[in-house]
Each structure stands twice: as structure tokens, then as C-alpha cells.
Unconditional design. Sequence first.
Length: 318
Amino acid sequence: MVYILLLNYNGWRDTIECVESLFKLSSQNFKIIIVDNKSIDNSVEEINKWAINFGVEYAEISEDDTRVQDVTFHFKLLVIKANDNRGFAAGNNIALNIIRCQLDFEYVWLLNNDTIVDTKALDAQIKLVHDNLNSKIGIVGSKILFYYKRDTIQNIGLKYDKKFCLVSEVGNYQHDNEKFDVDNLNIQCVCGASMLITKNFLMDVGLLDEDYFLYYEEPDLCERGTLKGYNFAYCSKSIIYHKHGSSIKVHKNKKSILSDINAVRSKIIFSYKNCSDKKIFLWIGVFYTILKRLMRLDIKRALKLVSVAIKTYESIKK
């Protein structure tokens, strides 16, 4: 059984579009869990209304209900209401704690709620794992195309430089062509917009690190998996389309203040957890980010980022 996990925050329209695409998958051997991260736009009500109209058997529970160790469900769709918005990792972990206790659990597919999936996206990922059982694949990623420009790659995975603590998207903004039609069984990191995680990996490596509110969760998870000997794969036949940034309100190529704050905060946390002892390049990067805001005369944002950097460093050193 595959458990498909979506995190929703004020994005019920995107979430419903994603779920509708999931019900068109060629294989229906899955259950869907939607964690609502304390939305204020009536997301839970709208999703429940859609499920009734669509004829989907579903259940709704609170985060408090998930703390019962023997939670099981036999519905196609489970909606969990989080008590608070504690970020991407914490929201997903609410469901992951349930999933890893299910007797029929084989895989969990973490999907961004602002994606839609190709009909063969899931089958292709599972086939890649089954065809390469000796490769100790822990996570499989997809070919992620832009939703609004479907011949253009968002990424086929991530890579990160531990010296400079920089994370970048592989294939970003390149035209989709035959060079992206080749599977890769040894990429450095899978993008969190689509991560098929094996049971062995989740039980061995553990949950997402809740020190991160947003960003760097995937590099952190993959770094922990690498230390335990796992490999990460790119599946070229698993295609998803990503609206990219809608969940954090990124528009016109300008980062939101939430995005800016968490990019700086998470970069610092990731560096101190996973990178070398020499942090000069980390702080040069942080300073450069702040300098760019000053050059745009966005003084308020620059000062906020200075405050975030200082507070994050102090919390790490405690």
C-alpha cells in the first residue's frame, strides 16, 4: 500500500486539483492523507464538501486523535486537522507517525499540494525501486515540470554544496528533452515536491527534522540517509506538474517575507547540523542575501533578516 501525503495551508483549491489527479492514476493501490496546517480559509470544510460531492469515502480527525498509537483507517481519504502551523516538517510528521504504524505500509509519497500528477507517475517510481532492489534506494524523485510551462523543467533533483551551504535545482528552467529521459539511481538529493519514500528508509532514518519550519528538510533527510548507506533516484517516467511557490505566496519572481526568513534560518540550521566546521562561507552567503535587500532599499526586510540570523545562531549555540 502506498500512502500519499499532502500538506495543506490555505490552499484547498490546489489540494483538490491535486487529489483529483491522484484519482486518475493508473494504479489505485493507495490511500491519501491530507494534513491541514491550521488554515484560516475554511480549507477543511471545502475539502470535506468536495469529498462528499465526489463520492469519496473519507474521515476527518484532529491531531490529538493521532496520538493514539493504534490509529488505523480504512478510508480512501483521511483529513487531519493540525492544532497549529508548525511548518512543513512538523505537519508532515503528524501523518508519518500514523503511516509507519500501518501494517500494509510499503511506501509513502510526499507530494506538494500545488502539484498534479501524470497517470503513470506512481507506477513508474515503484517499478524503478523493484527493478533495482540491490541499490538500496531510499527515496525516488520525479521529473518536475512547471505547471504553467509544461515543456520546462523545474528540477529533476537537488544538489547541495556543504562548503558554501548552497542548495540548487538540477535542470532548472531547461527545456524538457531526451537527456532528461534517463533514470539516475544516484542523485544527491530528491526534491520535496515529490518524494516516494520506502518503508525501510523511513523506519531506519526517521522522520523529518522539525527544527526546520520551511526549506532544507530534503537535504537534511537525504544527508541522514546517505550516512546510513541509502541511495536516491530520479525516475524520468514519473512526471508531475508543479505550480511552484503558491503555498508560500511567491509571485513575480519575488520572494515573500516568509520565504526570505526561512531561507536564511534553515540555511544556518542545516549548515551547523551537516556541514564542515568552517562557517565563513555560510556567513558570507547570509551577509550577501541581506546586502541584496539593502541594495533594493528594502531596509525593513534586511533588518528582519539580521535579527533572524542572530536569533538562529544563538538558539543553536545554547
